[in-house]
Design a binder for this molecule. Structure first.
Ligand code: HPA
Ligand code: ZN
Length: 323
C-alpha cells in the first residue's frame, strides 16, 4: 500500500519471519483443508486476538496458528503469497527467517519446510531475489538447536544464514555460542534478534559470542553509549521493525520510537516488517509509519532503503543488478 501515489522506494527486506506472513484468512482456509480445530469461530475473532501486550503474548498466538502448516505445498503457498506482494512494495530482495523447530516439533519434516519455501523462491525468481535464514528458537535448548542445524545440513546450499529468535529475556545469546560457531564454520552468515525486549548487553553478547554480522531489532542498543560507538564504528546493520515494536509494546507509541535518535547517532539502521500479518502491515506500511509517525523526510527514507541493500548478504554487483 503506497500513500504517496509515487512508486515505492526499491528496498531489501531483511527482517521478515515467513510464518509471520500467515494471514488470518489463510489460517482458516488451511484449518478447513487439514481438519485442524481452531479456538476461534471466525477470521474476525482471530484478528481480535491480535491485541498483544508483549513479545510472549504474540508468540503464543503465532506458534498456535502454525498448526495449520502441514505439507510442503502449504509452505510453498505461504511463501508464494508473500513473494507475490514484493514488487508492489518495492521489495527487490528478501532474506527471510523461518523457524524449523516450530514445525519439526509438530511432526513436520524439515525437508517439507525447506522444500516448500525453496519451491516458492524458485517460482518467483524473476520477480524478486530471495534467500533463507534458519532461526533457532532461543527458548528451547542449545542441544535442540544443534540437532536442527544437523537436520538442515543436506539443504545448506539453499540457506544463507542462521538467526536467533523467540522469547528473548532469560535466553541470552551466550546459550548458543557453540551452535553458532559450527554454523559459521559451515559458511552460514550469523544474525540474531537482540535488544528487542532484552537489554543492550544482549546485543554486545550477540557480537562477542555469536559473531553476528547483523543485529535484528537492536533498539535497546541506544541505552549503551559504548555499544553505540562500537556499532557505528563497525557499521553493524540493525534491522528495525517500527510497527512490530509498537504492537509488542517495546516502545510506547510510534512517535516515541528511538529510530530518529539511532539514525542521528550514525547507526546503520534499516526498516523492516517482522511479522506483517500480525503487526499491521508490510514493508511499505513500515516506511509510511516512520514518515507519518516520526516525520522522516524523503532523504531519510532513501537512506533507510539504501542501507537495506548494503546490509544484505548480496555482493555489490548483485545489488547493482537489482536497482
Ligand atoms: N522477536 C522474537 N521472535 C520472533 C519475532 C520477534 O519479533 N517474530 C517472530 N519470532
Ligand atoms: Zn523478528
Amino acid at each position: 500500500m503506497t500513500t504517496t501515489g509515487t512508486p515505492p522506494l526499491p528496498k531489501a527486506e531483511l527482517h521478515l519471519h515467513i510464518e509471520g506472513t500467515l494471514e488470518p484468512e489463510t489460517v482458516f482456509e488451511l484449518a478447513r483443508r487439514h481438519d485442524v480445530a481452531l479456538p476461534y469461530a471466525s477470521v474476525e475473532e482471530l484478528r481480535a486476538a491480535y491485541d498483544f501486550t508483549d513479545l510472549q503474548s504474540f508468540l503464543d498466538v503465532y506458534y498456535a496458528n502454525m498448526a495449520v502448516l502441514r505439507t510442503r505445498d502449504d509452505f510453498a503457498a505461504l511463501a508464494s503469497a508473500y513473494l507475490r506482494t514484493c514488487p508492489e512494495q518495492g521489495v527487490r530482495h528478501v532474506e527471510m527467517f523461518f523457524d524449523p523447530q516450530a514445525h519439526t516439533a509438530r511432526g513436520v519434516a524439515i525437508a517439507d519446510v525447506i522444500g516448500g519455501l525453496t519451491d516458492a523462491i524458485e517460482h518467483h525468481a524473476d520477480d524478486v531475489s530471495a534467500g533463507l535464514i534458519l532461526c533457532f528458537l532461543r527458548d528451547r535448548s542449545a542441544a535442540e538447536a544443534e540437532e536442527t542445524l544437523r537436520a538442515a545440513e543436506p539443504y545448506l546450499d539453499r540457506i544463507v544464514g542462521v538467526g536467533l529468535d523467540s522469547a528473548e529475556v532469560g535466553h541470552p545469546p551466550s546459550k548458543f555460542t557453540s551452535v553458532f560457531e559450527r554454523a559459521r564454520g559451515l559458511g552460514l552468515k550469523p544474525v540474531a534478534h537482540a535488544g528487542e525486549e532484552g537489554p543492550a548487553g544482549y546485543v554486545t553478547e550477540a557480537l562477542d559470542e555469536l559473531g553476528v554480522l547483523r543485529v535484528d531489532h537492536g533498539i535497546r542498543a541506544i541505552e549503551d553509549d559504548a555499544l553505540v560507538a562500537r556499532l557505528v564504528r563497525d557499521r553493524t546493520p540493525l534491522t528495525v521493525c517500527p510497527l512490530s515494536n509498537v504492537r509488542l509494546a517495546c516502545v510506547p507509541g510510534i512517535g516515541l520510537h528511538p529510530l530518529p535518535e539511532m539514525l542521528a547517532a550514525g547507526l546503520n539502521v534499516s526498516v523492516h516488517s517482522d511479522d506483517p500479518a500480525y503487526f499491521g502491515g508490510y514493508a511499505d506500511a513500515n516506511y509510511a509509519a516512520v514518515r507519518e509517525g516520526l516525520g522522516f523526510t524523503d532523504d531519510q527514507l532513501r537512506t533507510l532503503a539504501a542501507n537495506s541493500f548494503t546490509s544484505s548478504f548480496l555482493d555489490d554487483e548483485a545489488v547493482q543488478r537489482l536497482l
